[in-house]
Design a protein around this ligand. Structure first.
Ligand SMILES: [Ca+2]
Length: 443
């Protein structure tokens, strides 16, 4: 047995130092903590799915019209904001499209596999979802997730003369905000209830000792340098994070985020410098303090963000050389990971459809190119999918042995309680979490 083979055996025996989990959907939320406006949704109101108070929390749809009025010496302007319906796309795009209008937006699907909805389509909401246990980050990790942004707000403006007698013109712009982020934070021990600021802060601004990979859908005037949807990396080290220019590390990169399509993102942190990705380098002088080794074991690493086709092609959207062990002050190299999002004056639904986390390299090498967009979240073949069989057992049948409080559409929850995790996962589930039927929802 070679030294390397021996090392691999030893590492596999020490498997409990690693974390590896997959949520192929969010029907079961064991291990997750939902805060603020965040919740799970099946995209329709199904009472049989209500096994926790986070289910349906973020389904809100802003049908109330928010009115604003401005008057100048020669004109009166009335604007209204509400959730846009896809059926009116053509009408707006033909004759009324105004400044900032985003073409071809989608309404949320009317049915879906249970997903995590970070914000509803409502103004000034903030939601966060954290994995309840700390996971190892500074020695390298990989995470993939699918997301979809729908139900944008629409602002329509009516321009009249100052006496309100004559309509000069009317314009409408469909464009929601503000975006969401994948966030690594160790604000404090057990800081899995933390929520950042709303609006342009995307739910992580204000969280200290954090790093965010932000998927920004709204250009904040004077702050965001890119006019279109973009991805940026935001951190102020141990200081409270900022989602605007103050917290920007490197340069943002433009990519479609809020066009209504399902997108797949993959974020990898290598614990060394990866020369093959340095063409996509976005470093700037703000990084200088973190561009160094921190002793023999903590060398400068490479944070790489891929999206959609770039994953299969191994072409990053952006690459940032950084030493996480210098940037963040962690406990045993571990931090909390999860998603944050917020809305402001304009709003949209920010949904995470699936999520895989791995800090044991190699992770998804085999699977990374098999994502099926028509199936949305089936990018991880090792994940076992739950199925719904009404009338056959728990959640649908006439078996009264099982408690009704935690009703779930899953019919085999008691026999395979951890099936939503990858087959290699053996830890990080609380003792009572494994034995409960179905597994407990932490929130
Ligand atoms: Ca922004």
């Amino acid at each position: 047995m070679t030294v390397i083979a021996l090392l691999i055996v030893l590492l596999s025996l020490l498997g409990s130092i690693y974390s590896d989990f997959v949520y192929s959907d969010f029907n079961v939320t064991t291990g997750l903590i939902f805060n603020g406006a965040a919740g799970t949704t099946a995209c329709w109101d199904d009472p049989s799915l209500r096994y926790g108070d986070v289910q349906g929390r973020a389904d809100l749809f802003n049908s109330d019209v928010i009115k604003q009025r401005e008057e100048t010496t020669d004109a009166a302007i009335e604007s209204t904001t509400e959730t846009h319906l896809q059926i009116y796309n053509t009408e707006i795009e033909k004759s009324q499209a105004g400044f900032l209008h985003r073409k071809g937006t989608l309404s949320a699907p009317s049915r879906c596999k249970v997903r995590a909805r970070l914000t509803p389509s409502n103004p000034a909401k903030v939601g966060t979802v954290w994995f309840r246990n700390k996971v190892a980050v500074s020695n390298g990790f990989e995470t993939s997730f699918t997301f979809q942004i729908t139900d944008h707000s629409k602002e329509c403006t009516l321009h009249r003369d100052q006496y309100f007698t004559q309509v000069n013109h009317r314009t409408c712009s469909v464009h929601g905000g503000d975006g969401f982020a994948f966030v690594i934070q160790y604000a404090a021990e057990n800081s899995t209830d933390i929520i950042g600021g709303d609006g342009g802060q995307m739910g992580f601004g204000g969280i200290p000792n954090s790093l965010a990979i932000a998927f920004d859908t709204w250009q904040n005037p004077g702050e965001d340098t890119i006019f279109t949807d973009h991805v940026s990396i935001q951190s102020r080290g141990i200081l409270p994070n900022d989602a605007l220019e103050v917290g920007l590390l490197g340069q943002p990169r433009s990519t479609d985020i809020a066009d209504g399509a399902v997108h797949l993102a993959r974020i990898v942190y290598y614990s060394d410098l990866r020369a093959e990705y340095l063409n996509e380098l976005v470093a700037s002088t703000s990084l200088t303090p973190y561009l160094m080794d921190n002793g023999e074991q903590k060398r400068i690493g490479t944070l790489v963000v891929f999206i959609d086709d770039g994953i299969a092609e191994d072409k990053p959207l952006l690459t940032l050389p950084i030493n996480l062990s210098l940037l963040l002050k962690l406990s045993d190299d571990k931090a909390y990971v999860g998603f944050t999002s917020s809305t402001g004056r304009f709003f949209e639904k920010h949904d995470i459809l699936s999520w895989h986390w791995c800090d044991q390299y190699p992770c998804l090498e085999k699977e990374k190119s098999t994502f099926d967009y028509s199936q949305e979240s089936k990018y991880y073949p090792n994940a076992k999918f739950r199925r719904f069989e009404p009338g056959a057992g728990y959640g649908g049948g006439d078996n009264i042995v099982f408690p009704t409080k935690n009703r779930s559409p899953d019919t085999e929850a008691w026999s395979v309680p951890v099936e939503h995790f990858s087959s290699s996962r053996t830890h990080d589930i609380s003792e009572d979490g494994i034995s409960q039927v179905p597994p407990n929802t932490f929130y």
